[in-house]
Structures are given as C-alpha cells and as structure tokens.
Ligand binder design. Structure first.
Ligand SMILES: CCCCC/C=C\C/C=C\C/C=C\C/C=C\CCCC(=O)SCCNC(=O)CCNC(=O)[C@H](O)C(C)(C)COP(=O)(O)OP(=O)(O)OC[C@H]1O[C@@H](n2cnc3c(N)ncnc32)[C@H](O)[C@@H]1OP(=O)(O)O
Length: 203
C-alpha cells in the first residue's frame, strides 16, 4: 500500500512527478547504503582515505543547495521509505487508516547496538515516527507529550520486523496510542504514547 498523501493537514511535497525530475529516492537509498556500509566496514587505510575524499566531494556538491525547512525534501516525501529521511529506518506501510497502522522494516548495520541487537534508541524513533503519523492521520497536527517503551526482547538487525500502531482513545486534544514491534512471533518491544494536538500558533 502506498502511504497516504495528506497527513495531519500536511501536503507532502513530491519533488519527482510522473514527468520526471530529480530522483531523490535513489539518492537517499544510496545514502542509506553508505550509512550501513561504512558502519560495517573495517577497510584498509587507502580505502578509508579514498572514501573520505569522495564523501567530502559529496558534501561540497549538495551544500550550495541548502534550503530552509519549508523547502526541504527529506522528511516530506511520504511516498518514500522513512519519508526520505535517512535517520528513520526504511518503513513500508501495509495497512493504514485513522485507527491503526501496520508497517514492515528491517534495520541495517547503521542501527546496530551490540551483539546483533538494534540500538535501544532506534526503537522509540520508530514508534514515534509510526505513532506520530497515525496520531495525525485525518486529524490536526499533534506532538508527542510522552512515549513509554518496554524492551521485551532484543530486536535483531537485518531481519524482517513488523510494527503496529493503534489509537486507543481520544480525549479532547489528547490522543492515546500504543505500539508494538515484532520479529516473527517474538514481541521485541511495545509502548504507549500521548500526543497532544497543537493550539493555533504553537510550534
Ligand atoms: C509534528 C509536525 C511534523 C511536521 C512535518 C511536516 C511534514 C512532513 C509530512 C508528514 C509527517 C507527519 C507526521 C510526522 C511524523 C512523526 C511526528 C513525530 C512527533 C514528534 O516527535 S514531536 C517532537 C517531540 N515532542 C515535542 O517536542 C513536544 C514538546 N512539548 C510540547 O510542545 C508541549 O508540552 C505539548 C504541546 C505536548 C503540550 O503542551 P500544551 O501547553 O499545549 O498543553 P498542556 O501542557 O496544557 O497539556 C495538555 C494536556 O495534556 C496533558 N499532558 C501534557 N504533557 C503530558 C505528559 N508528558 N504526561 C501526561 N500528560 C501530559 C496535560 O496534563 C493536559 O491534560 P488536561 O487537559 O487533561 O489537563
């Protein structure tokens, strides 16, 4: 299923149209490979130097095109895995409505904590992303007031994971949601969150 086109009143900016245009998704996919590849590598000195030179050239190529937040593409391409923001693991959504969401993802070496387990910080990131978008689906924009996470079992990297999110109840501006992360039948983590709808003018 493709991701919904209008979330919480935000119209995602689509840089590439059917008529062509820059392939932003390909660039972010390459960046994700770089993140995973560099994290996993123990390369010889010549390769490290060569890669550092290339990355400095990459940085110099994009820096002249810096725009303010309104003009940004990363994080706004809701049709791309992880919204085209390389911090967020590449989430693919299978089910989505105003009450629940089911998504898949796999976390590469970039997200490794230790001993094959994902870093504990990435799981709240995934929950905040999935629940934040669910909380804002068909509703005015809200922000996370709290997000409580229970780590039930290690979350393996390079393995298929399933993320579910549910809207439990809504009380005025307050939206209470729960999330779960599974690897097969194993519950790796669950959590509950409060999102509060923003008042006019609230950042
Ligand atoms: C989110 C915008 C993204 C924009 C991106 C643009 C385009 C991209 C396209 C699509 C993307 C779509 C979605 C984005 C995906 C993920 C979103 C992630 C969301 C976040 O990652 S966002 C960052 C982290 N987040 C913050 O940066 C919040 C900092 N914070 C505050 O901004 C305020 O703190 C606020 C607004 C939360 C509340 O402040 P406030 O002044 O408006 O309201 P107040 O304090 O009166 O609370 C009202 C009632 O909530 C209760 N309450 C409040 N806090 C509580 C707590 N902790 N525990 C228990 N109860 C609590 C009170 O007790 C009261 O309850 P009652 O009414 O019953 O008394």
């Amino acid at each position: 299923m493709s991701e919904p086109g209008n979330i919480g009143g935000f119209r995602p900016r689509r840089y590439r149209t059917d008529g062509g245009g820059p392939d932003f998704g390909r660039m972010i996919e390459a960046l994700r490979r770089i993140q995973d590849g560099i994290t996993a590598a123990d390369a010889p000195e010549g390769v490290v130097t060569e890669v550092a030179d290339m990355l400095e050239k990459v940085a110099a190529a994009v820096e002249p095109y810096e725009v303010d937040e309104e003009g940004m593409i990363a994080g706004r391409r809701v049709d791309l895995p992880g919204r085209g923001q390389a911090l967020i693991p590449p989430l693919e959504y299978d089910e989505w409505d105003e009450d629940h969401v089911v998504a898949r993802c796999s976390m590469g070496r970039f997200y490794l904590g230790a001993n094959g387990a994902a870093h504990g910080g990435v799981i709240p990131l995934v929950f905040d992303e999935v629940l934040g978008r669910l909380a804002n689906t068909g509703r005015p924009v809200s922000r996370t007031a709290y997000l409580h996470v229970n780590f039930r079992a290690i979350t393996p990297i390079d393995a298929p994971l399933r993320v579910t999110g549910t809207v439990v109840r809504i009380e005025g501006r307050k939206r209470f949601l729960t999330a779960a992360l599974h690897h097969g039948d194993t519950l790796c983590a669950d959590g509950d969150a409060l999102f509060v709808a923003l008042n006019p003018g609230q950042p």
